[in-house]
Design a protein around this ligand. Structure first.
Ligand SMILES: [Zn+2]
Length: 127
């Protein structure tokens, strides 16, 4: 009986070790994915910060060279925001009608019904 329990204990011990190894591997790969996600978020924040800086610099140059003011900018931003039917701090690209009559999603490059190029939009709509 004692020998039976010992073999059972050894078997259990091996099973536990195997599961711990598997969990350890899974935990470390999850940790790695978390680190990769954090790194990607940090890179995106850096890009956004850089884009804000570039936009601000361009805006200051525009103001200096054209006489445009902050009031002009705010007025235009409000108009664009309102143009999609919702005042929510952004302009959502709108679907457009294809030459075949189908509606084409704002981010689609071609019509799903006839494969024609998506209707012309502003350069910002595809972003
Ligand atoms: Zn079409």
């Amino acid at each position: 009986m004692t020998l039976g329990m010992d073999l059972y204990d050894v078997y259990q011990h091996r099973q536990i070790k195997r599961v711990q190894r598997q969990l350890g591997i899974e935990a470390s790969s999850t940790d790695q994915r978390m680190r990769n996600t954090r790194d990607e978020i940090d890179r995106l924040h850096d890009r956004i910060d850089r884009l804000v800086l570039v936009n601000e610099a361009m805006w200051e140059l525009l103001c200096e060279c054209t006489g445009l003011t902050e009031e002009h900018l705010r007025h235009r931003m409000e108009g664009l925001d309102r143009s999609d039917g919702a005042v929510d701090g952004r302009r959502r690209p709108q679907a457009a009608v294809c030459e075949c009559g189908a509606m084409v999603n704002a981010r689609a490059r071609i019509c799903l019904f006839c494969s024609a190029d998506a209707p012309a939009r502003t350069a910002f709509d595809g972003l």
